[in-house]
Design a protein around this ligand. Structure first.
Ligand code: ADP
Ligand code: MG
Length: 254
């Protein structure tokens, strides 16, 4: 078979990453004096890694995850309130298989969004389906379909995905309808998928966030906390780290 014919055959087998570069791969293989099996490995590895790269890029785009926040870039020395080994456990993805939830509490700038997004990116890399919303965005989605119970909305990403991240819960107070929709959302995901929530308000303030509704707040917390990893990040704001002396908030940086 000529190279062109081989490429056509590979295309029909959907080996799209390597069909166009088969000639180069064969040349490199000859230079390295590879055995046939080594050459096959070279081709298959190129095909596989090319596909993985594309899959991850596409999934990241669909997830709505903001860019530029990876677990690998988190500075644990700056934020000792975050236990590295607990985050690294989450980074293995085991919590997703167990449908555990993760809650990050703390004031602005301590890394709640960074850690959530970092875990989301890791989950995508591991092959899980992920969606990221701010609480405001999620509520807007839920309100658009308010007449259908959330548990029946099986095709919606916020129901079916393995991981849903809800960032910034508590910046805005929810009204009664929003509280009810949020409860339905939590109930629909309960034991079916993992949810990560970040909040600047501690659990004892959640009644105020959820329209003063004690019953709904308890029902929400009951399901969220049943299997949950909780992080209370009381620490310095990474955003304000260069202004701490100015703000007289704590030890100066460096
Ligand atoms: P929060 O969500 O708690 O308000 P963010 O996660 O948005 O805080 O953090 C604010 C900014 O600081 C982001 O750009 C984030 O990437 C960065 N950041 C926060 N904490 C750390 C850290 N410990 N190491 C590296 N970057 C951090
Ligand atoms: Mg944030």
């Amino acid at each position: 078979m000529t190279l062109e014919k081989l490429a056509v055959r590979m295309e029909s087998l959907r080996l799209t990453q390597t069909a166009a570069v088969l000639g180069e791969l064969a040349q490199a293989s000859a230079v390295d004096k590879e055995t046939p099996l080594e050459f096959l490995e070279r081709v298959l590895e190129a095909e596989y890694s090319g596909r993985e790269e594309r899959r991850i890029a596409t999934s990241l785009k669909l997830s709505g995850l903001p860019r530029g926040m990876r677990l690998e870039d988190f500075d644990y020395l700056f934020q000792p309130a975050v236990e590295r080994d607990r985050i690294e456990y989450l980074g293995t993805g085991d919590f997703l298989a167990k449908t555990e939830n993760v809650l990050f509490f703390g004031p602005p700038g301590v890394g709640k969004t960074h850690l959530s997004v970092g875990l989301g990116v890791r989950a995508v890399e591991l092959g899980y389906s992920v969606s990221y919303y701010t609480a405001e965005e999620l509520l807007a989605h839920l309100k658009r379909r308010a007449e259908v119970p959330v548990s029946k909305q099986r095709r919606q990403n916020y129901v079916k995905n393995a991981l849903v991240i809800v960032d910034e819960l508590g910046y805005q107070q929810l009204d009664r309808q929003e509280t009810h929709l949020f409860f339905q959302f939590v109930a629909a995901r309960y034991l079916r998928g993992s949810t990560i929530i970040t909040s600047n308000r501690s659990v004892k303030d959640w009644v105020a966030v959820f329209a003063g509704d004690h019953a709904a707040t308890t029902a929400i917390l009951d399901r969220l906390l049943h299997k949950a990893q909780i992080f209370q990040i009381d620490g310095r704001s990474y955003r304000l780290r260069h202004y701490e002396t100015l703000l007289n908030k704590g030890a100066p940086n460096d």
